[in-house]
Design a protein around this ligand. Structure first.
Ligand SMILES: *Cc1c(COP(=O)(O)O)cnc(C)c1O
Length: 341
């Protein structure tokens, strides 16, 4: 039994999902003739109460398309220092959009309205880049699955409105936030100009993301997706996985959250663990006592068929997901409890 807790992207389609994919009715999506893709797009737009949505091969491409549409070359966007759009999209912000980033030293990957206000360059001061966009992540990835307070997001929206800025949500794991806090996705739809969501993280689809917005923005997004090489043909097979996942794998995210919290509770009691960050969703970050080298723990776990990842600086990460089942969970808890250094 191999237990991979490195990321929630490692999941494979369940047999039921695969059956559903096989049966999908497909067409050429570049001609907008794939009924399964069209249904997924309408479904996801509806969930967030927005006008339209567009299917993308990856969350990176959906984010990059949003940034391209909401900025002009030379502009600056505001994001947390750990933001995926800045750190993990290959420098696409500058490559694709000619945009720089004003990074904020936020809390667990989250920024506040006051910090956003302070980071805006005065628009008349033509020596500085023009601030045009704010990007936030919910849940945060490097921030350990932390969830924004909706009230703070509303305040950031007000700062954006007062300063003529656009507001993008990198919602790769928005499903986790919605489930953890029993939120209504329409609240997000009302607040953001664009939202990206992933189907291949907690929801367990093999690939796929969507960008959600108003009709006009999505009409323009189609051209950017084409330019980036993201137009796909009979991609309804993947969209079917997404439709299946939305129907069957959203509410069960609560199990992933419970298991992450249970592992955190165990780690907290171990004398070789220095600290455990608060767990809100399916990501758990913890630090070892300085006497225990990371590599020693990683190797020991590997011998027990458990993989976790290191974030560097003595921090380690565990991510629970669809393919991490209860039997594996019991085994992981026991293994951790028995380990000593
Ligand atoms: C995974 C992820 C993305 C998208 O990544 P892809 O691998 O391109 O699908 C975007 N933002 C965050 C926060 C993520 O965790």
């Amino acid at each position: 039994m191999e237990i991979n807790l490195v990321s929630d992207t490692v999941t494979k389609p369940t047999p039921e999902m695969l059956r559903y994919m096989f049966q999908a009715e497909v067409g050429d999506d570049v001609y907008k003739q794939d009924p399964t893709v069209n249904a997924l797009q309408a479904n996801v737009a509806g969930i967030f109460g927005m006008e339209d949505a567009l299917f993308f091969p990856s969350g990176t491409m959906a984010n990059q398309t949003a940034i391209k549409l909401l900025t002009q070359p030379g502009d600056q966007l505001i994001a947390d220092k750990w933001a995926h759009v800045f750190n993990f999209e290959g420098g696409g912000v500058s490559f694709n959009s000619g945009v720089s980033c004003q990074l904020i030293d936020g809390n667990r990957g989250m920024i506040t309205a006051d910090q956003v206000q302070a980071a805006i360059n005065p628009p008349d001061f033509y020596h500085s880049p023009l601030t045009s966009l704010v990007c936030v992540e919910n849940t945060t990835n490097k921030g350990g699955g932390a969830c924004y307070d909706l009230a703070e997001l509303k305040k950031i929206r007000s700062v954006c409105d007062a300063n003529g800025l656009k507001f993008h949500l990198d919602g790769a794991r928005i499903w986790n936030a919605l489930v953890a806090n029993s939120e209504n996705p329409r609240e997000y739809g009302k607040m953001f100009d664009t939202i990206s969501v992933c189907l291949s993280k907690g929801l367990g689809a093999p690939a796929g993301s969507l960008l959600i917005s108003d009709k006009e923005t999505i009409r323009k997004a189609l051209r950017i997706r084409k330019i980036l090489g993201g137009g796909m043909r009979q991609v309804g097979y993947l969209a079917a996985a997404g439709n299946y996942a939305l129907e069957n794998h959203v509410s069960r995210l609560a199990e992933d959250h419970r298991r992450a919290k249970e592992i955190a509770a165990v780690l907290q009691k171990l004398n070789w663990v220095a600290s455990v960050e608060p767990v809100e969703t399916n990501i758990l970050i913890f630090a070892l006592h300085s006497r225990v080298p990371e590599s020693v723990l990683l190797d020991k776990l590997k011998q027990k068929n458990i993989s976790i990842s290191t974030l560097g600086h003595g921090k380690l990460r565990i991510v629970t997901h669809l393919d991490y089942r209860e039997v594996m969970h019991s085994y992981v808890i026991e293994t951790l409890q028995r380990m000593s250094f």
